[in-house]
Design a protein around this ligand. Structure first.
Ligand code: SF4
Length: 457
């Protein structure tokens, strides 16, 4: 078996619920943005990931059995990286490494944003130990500019419900050097893709039936930051405007932005670009300025709050979701309470809460004041309770409103129903027969059960 050094492949098998499916899509998008291709062949893949589910014991056993089997057949590709993801495995990592000696990575849900960088670094390390491969004529290291149509590959390999939406990588790399993050070391400096290439890719996507694109970048709003400001608009906003003009493209999203480089032009864009969805995933990380400083996040709470308020004033129905790290080294109870207060103030529609875990090679791993696991778990649990309460209240407030959803495909829990997504990125279940997959339909939200909305066309 041969290793493709230019474009390695990743295989992702998902067990369990829609949340797991969505998590796998996000992980897949990170691999695509990193220059990998998705494959449906576990035997051929250079990175093999299984996203497990702990809700049903049978699914859990099936997932572990499959990983054991794949690892036992891995002699032909000694470079391959094998990883298990999921809420169940994080608590059993030690045991699993003993049970499946060839297993490389075990990661819980709080670490999904790191799966790519960990696996990629491991694969590159192993590739470096292999004898050099003869260079193919014309071969060159894959940069973001060279990536072939990521959307085509993701569409080929993801369930049909995603066929009307696609991810498009527009920039890569990061120069921020947050003290807990390994990305700047593994992904290098910022590189933006030419706008013409992005436009061509999105037009081709639209020709194949895509209605919604999500622009991806490590710090997506720093796209083309070396380019001149034209009429008060930076390169990223000009790209959004150009994409907005593409006939047939109905929706645009982007992820993930950073408060640094988030200028007025981008805030204003929410007021005059109706295709730009009413949702932003806007990582806050901490509500304490002291901790933000230790994290080397170069903004303060006040700035973050100002931006949230400005965006909501430009787009009143804007849903804001975020990432938060709890238990960062030196985080006191007071710091944690500031984070909790910030969560209540912004009223996030949802938040991914990560318990800090040290990443070797990063400054934070060496910092004094590491927080014990029990304290991290307590803060995580407490904050999750607050986040969920607010998120459910915000969902409940949508009952009785009219929303437009993009119908993505059958509901995973009930194939007799369809699932769509609002502009605010909230999933809505409707009856089958009420709408066609891949169309935008107005619905009235009739019911809300926690995180699931039910609508009638
Ligand atoms: S902004 Fe910070 S957390 Fe995000 S990729 Fe860059 S260094 Fe990592």
């Amino acid at each position: 078996m041969k290793l493709d050094r230019i474009m390695p492949s990743v295989y992702i098998k998902t067990y369990g619920c829609q949340m797991n499916e969505r998590d796998s899509e996000q992980v897949a998008a990170m691999f695509l943005a990193g220059g990998y291709r998705l494959t449906d062949s576990d035997a051929q893949a250079d990175v093999v990931l299984i996203n497990t589910c702990s809700v049903r014991e049978k699914a859990e056993l099936k997932a572990l059995g499959k990983m054991g089997m794949l690892c036992s057949q891995a002699e032909e590709k000694p470079w391959a990286v094998f990883g298990l993801m999921g809420c169940m495995v994080q608590s059993r990592a030690r045991e699993l490494f003993e049970e499946i000696p060839r297993l490389d990575v075990v990661t819980g849900t709080h670490c999904y944003h790191r799966v790519f960088s960990i696996c990629d670094a491991l694969l590159k390390q192993r590739m470096a130990n292999l004898p050099p491969a003869p260079l193919r004529e014309g071969a060159h290291i894959s940069q973001v500019e060279d990536l072939p149509d990521a959307h085509t590959r993701i569409r080929d390999h993801l369930p049909a419900r995603s066929s009307c939406s696609a991810f498009v990588s527009i920039m890569q790399g990061c120069e921020m050097h947050c003290s807990y993050c390994i990305v700047p070391f593994t992904r290098g400096g910022e590189r933006s893709r030419p706008a013409t290439d992005i436009m061509d890719e999105v037009k081709r996507l639209v020709d194949t039936g895509v209605k919604e694109v999500t622009l991806l970048g490590q710090i997506v709003n720093r796209y083309g930051r070396d380019e001149a400001i034209v009429d008060g608009r930076g390169a990223f906003v000009r790209l959004l405007e150009a994409l907005h003009d593409i006939e047939g493209l109905e929706r645009m999203r982007f992820t993930s932005p950073h408060p640094i480089g988030f200028h007025d032009d981008l805030v204003r864009a929410f007021s005059y670009l109706p295709k730009l969805c009413s949702h932003i995933h806007f990582p806050m990380q901490s509500g304490s300025d002291r901790i933000l400083k230790l994290m080397r996040r170069p903004y303060r709470q006040e700035k973050y709050m100002e931006l949230c308020a400005a965006m909501r004033s430009a787009r009143p129905d804007l849903a804001i979701t975020t990432d938060i790290i709890v238990g960062f080294p030196g985080e006191t109870q007071e710091d944690y309470l500031l984070t909790k207060a910030a969560v209540k103030k912004v009223e996030f529609d949802n938040a991914f809460i990560f318990q800090y875990s040290p990443r070797r090679g990063t400054p934070a791993a060496e910092m004094p004041g590491q927080i014990c696991l029990r304290e991290k778990e307590a803060r995580n649990h407490d904050l999750l309770e607050t986040v969920n309460r607010i998120a459910i209240a915000r969902n409940n407030a949508l009952v009785g409103t009219r929303q437009t959803i993009l119908v993505e495909g059958p509901s995973k829990t009930n194939p007799n129903r369809l699932q769509g997504r609002t502009s605010q990125n909230k999933p809505v279940i409707i009856e089958k027969g009420d709408a066609q997959i891949g169309t935008l339909v107005p619905v009235t939200i009739c019911e809300c059960t926690g995180f699931t909305l039910y609508g009638a066309v």
